[in-house]
Design a protein. Structure first.
Lengths: 113, 115
């Protein structure tokens, strides 16, 4: 069965510092990978996705992620965060056969001035 | 373009009562999803519709949860009777189709508190 692990429940960081949110997945078949962001009292918004091709994918708001098949990871990075990036971030996988999304437990990014 | 609409935004009920949530997907989206997001966890798919047919309801607790999508547009999710562990945010999402990858667009959710 497929699963997603986000080991960090909360990541505090100062404004303008770089950040990395970690995501590892387990699957015996090919998967699609996603990062979603959830601002308070709002629904989830797609940040970026990996379907195929280049393992480095760029998303909205300056975020990027790298697919590492050997390490089964899809870590999210941003070189310089803003206060407005404070939110909950969810990593998700989807089988290429069913497109059903399986989410991790989320990482709360807390950006401090 | 209007997004996914959900109502109510908040609901507080006592255990053993019934409750219903409503979702209006983005116009033209054939696929509709209901997710349950318990505090501290990621969303979990409850049921997926393609037009007015059920594609996947393997994680729907069918003894108390039911959902319908009459006419393939709006959808209603019902819980009867509610339990304390049903306290969660219920998210609705829609996408153009489920036959290939299409982005799921999420509504703001309904926060249910069961006392």
């Amino acid at each position: 069965a497929q699963s997603v692990t986000q080991l960090d429940s909360q990541v505090p960081v100062f404004e303008e510092a770089p950040v990395e949110l970690r995501c590892n997945y387990s699957s015996s078949v090919s998967v699609y990978l996603f990062w979603y962001v959830q601002y308070p009292n709002q629904g989830l918004q797609l940040l970026l996705k990996y379907l195929s091709g280049s393992t480095l994918v760029k998303g909205i708001n300056g975020f990027e992620a790298e697919f590492n098949k050997s390490q089964t990871s899809f870590h999210l990075r941003k070189p310089s965060v803003h206060i407005s990036d404070t939110a909950e971030y969810f990593c998700a996988v989807s089988l290429d056969s069913s497109y059903k999304l399986i989410f991790g437990s989320g990482t709360r990014l807390l950006v401090r001035p | 373009e209007a997004g996914v609409a959900q109502s109510p935004r908040y609901k507080i009920i006592e255990k053993r009562q019934s409750v219903a949530f409503w979702c209006n997907p983005i116009s033209g989206h054939a696929t509709l999803y209901w997710y349950q997001q318990i505090l501290g966890q990621g969303p979990k798919l409850l049921i997926q519709f393609q037009n007015n047919g059920v594609v996947d309801d393997s994680q729907l607790p069918k003894d108390r949860f039911s959902a319908e999508r009459l006419k393939g547009v709006d959808s209603t999710l019902k819980i009867q009777p509610a339990k304390l562990e049903d306290s969660a945010v219920y998210l609705c999402a829609s996408s153009q189709t489920s036959g290939s990858w299409n982005e799921q667009f999420f509504g703001p959710g309904t926060r249910l508190t069961v006392l």
